[in-house]
Write a protein that binds this ligand. Structure first.
Ligand SMILES: NC(=O)c1ccc[n+]([C@@H]2O[C@H](COP(=O)([O-])OP(=O)(O)OC[C@H]3O[C@@H](n4cnc5c(N)ncnc54)[C@H](OP(=O)(O)O)[C@@H]3O)[C@@H](O)[C@H]2O)c1
Length: 365
């Protein structure tokens, strides 16, 4: 097709796009999917000349303000507040050893999309080897620093935590992180190991390079090691694998309510396991039914289950359209019966996905 023929068509497409986006921006909810999809299909037919226009991406942007404003905040014991829906850069974005050192442009784009979509909480880690990509996305986004909540975690640098945060901050191009976690307890053996790492965390908080400090993958005995080590600053957050198939109920007092009673807020990962990792599991049917009755995605139902327990839901994706599905978690409420059904059906299957080999098969802690 010649440029002379292409240009008038391009103008028509651009005008239609502007009109549709103007209409969409006047609606409090996104365009009904059927209308949107027909529009997208028509545009795609003309796409020989419109490769720079991407309808799904525009649609995500349309809902941006809503998500950023609607995301509830969880209050921490140290006075800070955490947006309860987070976009994570591990799992789907974790770099395999052969990719270490390679800059992942796709992650920069996806993180920017998550920010454009209204996500304000980014969950990273030194171990994922992609803090530099997150830093670039934050910088490119132009979003004021104080509107973001950035978490990172220390694993390899655990012997010298103040030095490890310097390296993370350099990669993230930030002066501070909002939350700095000990990634895992597996290198900690003696009470002194726990005390040393926690002193390092406290030093980082005092220096202002982390606003809040906490731990990840700690079971109750690990948390007690910190609490019994005369901490000057108590951990504010525990991030761990938690979902209906692992309700962390080994002890007389189940772990999650115990943490919350201690004033430790909980962040859940692997939360979408009933959908993403157990296609035959007992919750697939109930989640689909609830999704239909609330007119939202099944992922939104699953994520909502965490929010209604005052738990931060950390998720991720490699597909931009999922961001909208996830955001629907902020648009409705599960009934008490639905919450209970997810707990009850979930107890029919026990599954741990994060390093199961580190635990006994019947260990539900
Ligand atoms: N502290 C730790 O040790 C630790 C460990 C693990 C994770 N994390 C954090 O948690 C973040 C989230 O990771 P996660 O593994 O826990 O995420 P998750 O929310 O359990 O699963 C996310 C995956 O679910 C898939 N998915 C979403 N909706 C679905 C549906 N309706 N049906 C089928 N599949 C669906 C997505 O696939 P597509 O990509 O195809 O959309 C996505 O990759 C990580 O990025 C990381 O930041 C922390």
């Amino acid at each position: 097709m010649s440029a002379a023929v292409g240009q008038p068509r391009l103008l028509v497409v651009a005008s239609i796009s502007v009109i549709v986006l103007l209409i969409a921006s006047q609606l409090s909810s996104p365009l009904p999917s059927k209308v949107f999809n027909s529009f997208a299909q028509a545009l795609r037919r003309l796409q020989g000349i419109t490769s720079t226009f991407s309808p799904p991406r525009q649609r995500v942007v349309v809902m941006a303000g809503n998500l950023a404003m609607k995301t509830p905040l969880l209050h921490l014991r140290d006075g800070n507040k955490v947006p309860m829906l987070a976009f994570g850069t591990g799992t789907a974005w974790f770099k395999e050893p052969e990719d270490h050192g390679k800059f992942d442009e796709d992650l920069v784009l996806m993180t920017k999309s998550a920010l454009e979509a209204g996500f304000r909480h980014l969950d990273c880690a030194e171990m994922y080897d992609n803090e530099a990509e997150v830093g670039k996305a934050i910088k490119d986004s132009g979003i004021p620093r104080q509107e973001l909540f950035v978490t990172t975690k220390v694993a390899n640098g655990i012997k010298d935590v103040p030095r490890a945060i310097e390296e993370s901050l350099k990669k993230l191009q930030l002066d501070y992180v909002d939350l700095y976690l000990v990634h895992e307890p597996w290198k900690l053996h003696t009470p002194q190991d726990y005390r040393n790492v926690w002193r390092g965390k406290e030093e980082v908080k005092t220096s202002g390079k982390a606003k809040s400090i906490g731990v990840s993958n700690f079971v109750r005995k690990d948390v007690e090691m910190i609490l019994n080590g005369s901490p000057k600053e108590l951990p504010a957050v525990v991030q761990l694998e938690y979902h209906p198939y692992i309700q962390r109920e080994n002890d007389d007092v189940p772990y999650i309510p115990w943490l919350q009673e201690q004033g430790l807020q909980v962040e859940a990962f692997k939360g979408l396991s009933p959908l993403a990792r157990c296609p035959e599991g007992p919750l697939v049917g109930p989640l689909a039914r609830m999704a239909k009755s609330h007119n939202v995605s099944d992922s939104a139902v699953m994520l909502r289950w965490f929010l209604q327990q005052n738990i931060v839901a950390i998720t991720t994706t490699r597909k931009e359209e999922r961001l909208r599905e996830y955001a629907e978690a902020l648009t409705f409420e599960l009934t008490a019966d639905e919450m209970d059904e997810i707990f009850t059906e979930g107890k029919k299957l026990f599954k741990r996905f994060y390093f199961p080999e580190r635990y006994d098969a019947d260990d539900r802690s």
